[in-house]
Design a binder for this molecule. Structure first.
Ligand code: 4BW
Length: 161
């Protein structure tokens, strides 16, 4: 359980730590890997969501999924990536959130995941919650906890000398 005071400070205005779908780089499952490589190179992110044409979240694509295929054939040219679709190599989505206020789940998952997709109850993509945005909140918390709360240490037994 997250401490109530900590949760209250972290949770203020949850929408502000969600990067909305409109500004999240993505590809569709029917795109070729050549197109996906162009998108990944342009945006500079190493892993992005794969969406269906109706914006349902379908998977994740990492730059390494593309380069692995590029390097599989010695001397292969980028044009060969035209033969492979994103759906052939994308990874399943194993972790996501459907409520940006579920901070306990978000904090636990972001230990191992660089970002979490946010979806609605139909799995329609709404945006992402990144480690960076949550760390900004934790940083705010670290600097402001004692402005809003009185933090006093509990009495602990000290070892006898
Ligand atoms: O192009 C970039 N711009 C900015 N502002 N920061 C970047 C960029 N590329 C990398 N970064 C930084 C961020 O701090 O490196 C971190 C790791 O990037 P990643 O994982 O390995 O590409 C970034 O950390 P983050 O902001 O906490 O983002 C975590 C992950 O979330 C990224 C990427 O997989 C995804 N992501 C973030 N913003 C995205 C995005 N994916 C698509 N579109 C976005 N707008």
């Amino acid at each position: 359980m997250i401490d109530a005071a900590v949760e209250q400070l972290l949770r203020q205005d949850p929408k502000s730590y969600v990067i909305p779908a409109e500004v999240v780089a993505n590809v569709t499952a029917t795109n070729t890997l050549e197109h996906a490589l162009m998108v990944l190179s342009k945006v500079g992110y190493t892993r992005i969501p794969v969406l269906a044409p109706d914006d349902h979240l379908q998977g994740l694509l990492a730059l390494s999924d593309v380069t692995d295929n590029l390097l599989r054939v010695p001397g292969a040219a980028v044009e060969n990536l035209n033969q492979i679709l994103v759906s052939d190599v994308m990874r399943p989505v194993t972790h996501w959130v459907d409520d940006p206020t579920k901070l306990e789940k978000i904090l636990n998952l972001l230990v191992d995941e660089p970002f979490l997709p946010l979806v609605d109850d139909q799995m329609v993509f709404q945006g992402i919650i990144t480690r960076r945005e949550i760390l900004k909140r934790v940083n705010y918390l670290a600097h402001n906890l004692n402005r809003q709360y009185t933090v006093t240490p509990k009495m602990v037994d000290t070892p006898a000398n």
